[in-house]
Write a protein that binds this ligand. Structure first.
Ligand SMILES: NC(=O)c1ccc[n+]([C@@H]2O[C@H](COP(=O)([O-])OP(=O)(O)OC[C@H]3O[C@@H](n4cnc5c(N)ncnc54)[C@H](OP(=O)(O)O)[C@@H]3O)[C@@H](O)[C@H]2O)c1
Length: 309
C-alpha cells in the first residue's frame, strides 16, 4: 500500500504519517493546493499512491460564516477534485468529515448513526456535507469518516486545540465561561489515526463514525482537563446562546461508532482515558520538538474553540 496523506502536517496528518511508516507519502500544503486540479495531478501523478487520505480542510468554523466562499473552496471543491483524480486513477479515497454535518434536528438526544439524514447549521458543516456528496458521487472506492473535536500534540505548537487553549487560559485567567449545553465526543488524533489506518486496510468502503467513546459537554471536558492537571481555575457553565459564537453548532452531535467497531473488532478508548493519555505524553512531546520553538507564537481560533469565553 502507498498511502498519500493530504494535509500531512496538520493535527491529524501528523499522527497518521508515523503510524503508516514507510507506507506513508506525506503531502503538505506546500506540495499541493487541493482547490487546483493541476496541482493535485502534479503532486499525485508521480507519487502513484494506491490510497489517498484527505486531512486538508478549512477549519475556522466561526470565520467561515464571514467568508463562506473561501471555506467552500477548500472543503467542498478540494475533496471534489481529489475524488475525480482518485476515480480516474483507480485509487481509494478516505475523506475526513465532521459531526457538524448534523445539527438541523435540534430535538435529537440519541447518538447519530451513519444513515441518519445530514443537515448542518453552519457554513463549515455545509461545506463538509458538500464534500461528502462529491466523494460519494464521484469516487466509488471511498471511505467517509466523521469525527469530532480533534486534539493532537502537533497543534500544541501550531494552531492550537481545545486542550491547549484550556491549559493556557487556565493558568492565565481567574475565571472561564465554557459552553455546557452542547454534547459531543472530543477525540484524540492518536486514537483516530490508529482507527483510520486499520480501516483503510479493509475494503469495507462507506461512511463511518469514529470518535473516542462516551460524551460530554465542553464545560465537562474542560473540568476534566483542569482536574487532571490540578489547575484550580473557576469554571462557569454557560449556554451557547449566552456565549453567542458567530457560527451555530449542534446541541447534540454524539456519534454512534458501532459500525466501525464491527469492522475493526475494537472501539476507541473513552474520552477521559484519551485526554489523560494526551496530557501524560504532552511534556515529553513538547520537549522533543522544543528546539527553536517560541512558546509565544501565534494562536489561531478554529473548529470548536468558540465554546470558550
Ligand atoms: N479540528 C477538529 O476539531 C475537527 C473536528 C472534526 C473533524 N475535523 C476534520 O478532520 C480533518 C483534519 O483536521 P485537523 O484538525 O488535522 O486540521 P488542521 O490541523 O487544520 O490540518 C489541515 C491541514 O490541511 C492543510 N490545508 C489547508 N488548506 C489546504 C489546501 N487548500 N490545500 C492543501 N492543503 C491544505 C493545512 O495547511 P496550512 O495550515 O499550511 O494551511 C493543514 O496542514 C479535517 O477534515 C477536519 O475538517 C476536524
Amino acid at each position: 500500500m502507498r498511502i498519500a496523506i493530504i494535509g500531512a502536517f496538520g493535527q491529524l496528518g501528523s499522527d497518521l504519517v508515523p503510524r503508516l511508516g514507510n507506507q506513508a507519502i506525506p503531502i503538505g500544503h506546500a506540495d499541493v493546493e487541493i482547490t487546483d486540479p493541476a496541482s493535485i495531478a502534479n503532486a499525485l501523478d508521480n507519487a502513484r499512491p494506491t490510497h489517498v487520505i484527505n486531512c486538508a480542510a478549512y477549519n475556522l468554523v466561526d470565520q467561515a460564516e464571514e467568508e463562506p466562499q473561501a471555506c467552500h473552496r477548500v472543503n467542498s471543491l478540494g475533496p471534489r477534485n481529489l475524488a475525480e483524480w482518485c476515480h480516474n486513477h483507480g485509487v481509494v479515497l478516505m475523506q475526513i468529515s465532521t459531526d457538524y454535518v448534523f445539527g438541523v434536528d435540534s430535538t435529537r438526544r440519541t447518538p447519530l448513526v451513519e444513515t441518519d439524514s445530514t443537515g448542518s447549521v453552519s457554513v463549515y458543516g455545509q461545506s463538509k456535507c458538500a464534500a461528502e456528496l462529491a466523494v460519494r458521487s464521484l469516487c466509488q472506492q471511498h471511505f467517509i469518516v466523521r469525527t469530532c473535536g480533534l486534539y493532537g500534540h502537533h497543534a500544541a505548537r501550531g494552531k492550537g486545540n481545545f486542550v491547549e487553549t484550556m491549559l493556557r487560559l487556565g493558568q492565565t485567567r481567574p475565571e472561564l465561561r465554557i459552553v455546557d449545553d452542547q454534547r459531543c465526543t472530543p477525540t484524540s488524533t492518536v486514537d483516530l489515526a490508529r482507527a483510520l489506518v486499520a480501516l483503510i486496510k479493509t475494503d469495507a468502503f462507506g461512511v463511518y463514525h469514529a470518535t473516542n467513546s462516551g460524551d460530554c459537554s465542553w464545560f465537562e471536558f474542560a473540568r476534566e482537563i483542569f482536574h487532571r492537571r490540578k489547575i484550580s481555575v473557576k469554571v462557569v457553565p454557560v449556554t451557547a446562546a449566552e456565549y453567542g459564537a458567530k457560527a451555530i453548532r449542534p446541541d447534540y452531535s454524539v456519534l454512534d461508532c458501532s459500525k466501525l467497531k464491527t469492522v475493526l473488532g475494537w472501539s476507541m478508548p473513552s474520552w477521559q482515558d484519551a485526554v489523560s493519555h494526551y496530557l501524560g505524553g504532552r511534556l515529553e512531546w513538547l520537549c522533543g520538538v522544543s528546539a527553536g520553538w517560541n512558546a509565544a507564537e501565534s494562536f489561531q481560533t478554529r473548529d470548536n474553540f468558540a465554546t470558550i469565553a
